[in-house]
Design a protein around this ligand. Structure first.
Ligand code: AMP
Length: 249
């Protein structure tokens, strides 16, 4: 069984995001970038399936400029066997990513495609679903458990107020939720080994996919500053403040 994992380069989740002065985008100059946390979970799940002898090969793919190779190397250090970069000038929007991933799926013919449920930069939460629509493959989104069976996969999904388990025939698409697993750290020897693992670069043209931008980013704004809260000693003080300061009672 072959597993394809899509990974995205995003701003590290520890970084305080700054908006460019002209509000045209988020400022990425000298900012630490990382593998999207949900994609780390996706890689971990694929590597565990390989360690259990269920998968033979784990291929990671990232779409974007040359810099995404850094995150592909991280995924290789976490245990993926081989990497593919689909080179684009800038970071394409979700529909373009899904079209390019469809091209990679057609070429690689994986039995399972794992994506993060969302990228923490734009919180789109749509690429896996779009890939499902474009390929006609069944999808199990927001997975908190993945159980492989013969020719199918049972995916337990985190839905509002509970869990839902669906059975998908392979090939299928899974998107990962936070509780699916706890990703490992890459060890130094594995980081060194990852440098020698294969990383192929391809393009939209080579995949026979034509992409155009269908979403235009108009403006980015920081959240409004909020004033600090206060602690009250007791209910009487709270009621007094609500009445006399906030004037909402
Ligand atoms: P999104 O729909 O943008 O929130 O992203 C959901 C998931 O789609 C991510 O966690 C990745 O697995 C995948 N994805 C999004 N953008 C890319 C990209 N440029 N390259 C590879 N995978 C991507």
């Amino acid at each position: 069984m072959k597993i394809l994992v899509a990974v995205k380069r995003v701003i590290d989740y520890n970084v305080k995001v700054r908006v460019k002065a002209d509000q045209s985008d988020v400022d990425l100059a000298n900012v630490k970038m990382a593998l999207n946390p949900f994609c780390e979970i996706a890689v971990e799940e694929a590597v565990r399936l390989k360690e259990q002898g269920i998968a033979e090969e784990v291929v990671v793919v990232s779409i974007g400029p040359k810099a995404v190779q850094e995150q592909l190397r991280t995924a290789l250090a976490l245990g993926a066997d081989r990497a593919i970069q689909v080179e684009t000038e800038d970071m394409p929007d979700s529909l373009a990513v899904a079209k390019l991933l469809k091209g990679v799926v057609e070429k690689e013919q994986p039995n399972l495609v794992i994506l993060g449920k969302q990228a923490i930069d734009s919180d789109n939460n749509q690429t896996g679903q779009m890939l499902g629509a474009l390929t006609g493959m069944p999808q199990g989104t927001f997975a908190s458990k993945v159980d492989m069976a013969d020719g199918s996969v049972n995916v337990t999904r985190e839905v509002d107020g509970g869990l839902q388990t669906v059975k998908l025939s392979l090939p299928a698409i899974v998107t990962t939720d936070l509780r699916l697993n706890e990703p490992r750290y890459a060890s130094l020897p594995n980081i060194m080994k990852a440098k020698r693992k294969p990383l192929d670069v391809t393009s939209a043209d080579e995949l026979g996919v034509s992409i155009s931008r269908t979403v235009k980013l108009l403006k980015v704004e920081s959240p409004a500053e909020r004033s600090a809260g206060v602690k009250v000693a007791d209910v009487a003080e709270l009621v007094d403040k609500l009445k006399n300061e906030a004037k909402v009672l």
